[in-house]
Design a protein. Structure first.
Length: 350
């Protein structure tokens, strides 16, 4: 395609997250959604009818890839299919927006990275939390040196998902979805890597504790401890099912400043630690606090996908590419291994 021209997009998977991505493609002035593939052709057609006409539907993903007007694909198929669909897209010369997790085995993650490299196509991971306004503000402070050296970083993913939802028929199954650490905490690991760099060591405790109609085979509760190459320590937490609203946190403790959600303390603030001055902090907008609602200022699925579309049409490399996605996945696999054998694990990396 010519640099700057509209990007022809295909969508693999018309489920809940796929429909959100497809909707966001149709709202982008620099892209056109031309085809949707889903084995449940009725689901694909229902999505198309809800959006606009002129989008072709296929039960077979290969038929979507065969179209010459598809420049890039959004892969939002079941987790176990991510690697197969990404490799096939790369071999067909299509650029890839890949929903997390990259794959449910580390070997399949390697296959994706190698296929992308060999085909010289772009691959962006759907870890959208980096683009949250709180994270972007924190990154700016870090880049300006106002936080100093980060020595401790923490992020939690806590999500109430009722035990009787049909989602547990697949989300809790290891062969279909992989680990919930990948499905949820991968966002936290990616965000901590964004601020602290690569992970040198990981350890983890995990368990299954919450009741639901379909048993989870992996975990719904996990605590992951990290040591980064920089020497910083980190902690990521997962809890899926507790009786509390959706919560996604970020805390960064630096030698010159601290960020705790939408509160910021800097060493340039006089008397910030004195009694009676506990409220002397920079308070960022509450609307920036991460939620899980499509279309909100803090929920950046659309920004992440729009950035990828610009990567393709302007011929630039994605900021969170396949190599980065592999390194996030490798930390998740290291955590699972640690919980299994009680060891401290050094994640693989590219």
């Amino acid at each position: 395609m010519a640099i700057g021209s509209a990007v022809g997009m295909g969508l693999a998977g018309a489920g809940w997250i796929g429909s959100h991505h497809g909707h966001n493609v149709t709202k982008n002035p620099h892209a056109a959604l031309v085809a949707v593939a889903d084995p449940d052709i009725g689901k694909a057609r229902a999505f198309v009818e809800s959006e606009c006409s002129g989008i072709d539907c296929y039960p077979e993903y290969e038929d979507l890839l065969a179209r010459t007007d598809v420049d890039a694909v959004v892969i939002a198929s079941p987790n176990a299919m991510h690697a197969t669909h990404a490799v096939a897209a790369a071999q067909a010369g299509k650029h890839i927006y890949l929903e997390k997790p990259m794959a449910i085995t580390l070997d399949d993650c390697r296959r994706v990275v190698e296929a992308v490299r060999k085909a010289s196509v772009k691959c962006a991971m759907g870890y959208h939390r980096r683009l949250n306004p709180l994270a972007q503000y924190a990154k700016q402070l870090q880049s300006e040196g106002k936080l100093g050296e980060i020595v401790l970083a923490e992020s939690e993913y806590i999500h109430f998902v009722p035990g009787d939802w049909d989602i547990w028929d697949w989300l809790g199954k290891e062969a279909v979805a992989g680990s919930l650490i990948h499905a949820g905490t991968g966002h936290n690991i990616d965000l901590l890597r964004f601020f602290c760099g690569e992970v040198a060591e990981a350890s983890c405790f995990k368990d299954v504790r919450m009741p639901r109609k379909s048993q989870v085979e992996t975990e719904d509760l996990a605590i992951i401890n990290l040591r980064f190459d920089s020497g910083a320590l980190g902690r990521a937490a997962l809890f899926v099912g507790p009786i509390t609203p959706f919560t996604f946190t970020l805390r960064l403790y630096g030698t010159k400043g601290t960020i705790d959600g939408n509160r910021v303390w800097l060493d340039s603030m006089p008397r910030f630690a004195d009694p009676g001055h506990e409220a002397d902090f920079i308070e960022l907008p509450v609307s920036w606090i991460p939620d899980n609602v499509q279309g909100g200022v803090s929920e950046t699925w659309d920004k992440c996908l729009n950035e990828f579309i610009d990567d393709v049409r302007l011929d630039r490399e994605p900021s969170n590419d396949a190599r980065s996605g592999f390194n996030t996945a490798a930390v998740c696999f290291a955590a699972v291994q640690s919980a299994s054998d009680g060891s401290v694990v050094k994640p693989e990396r590219l």
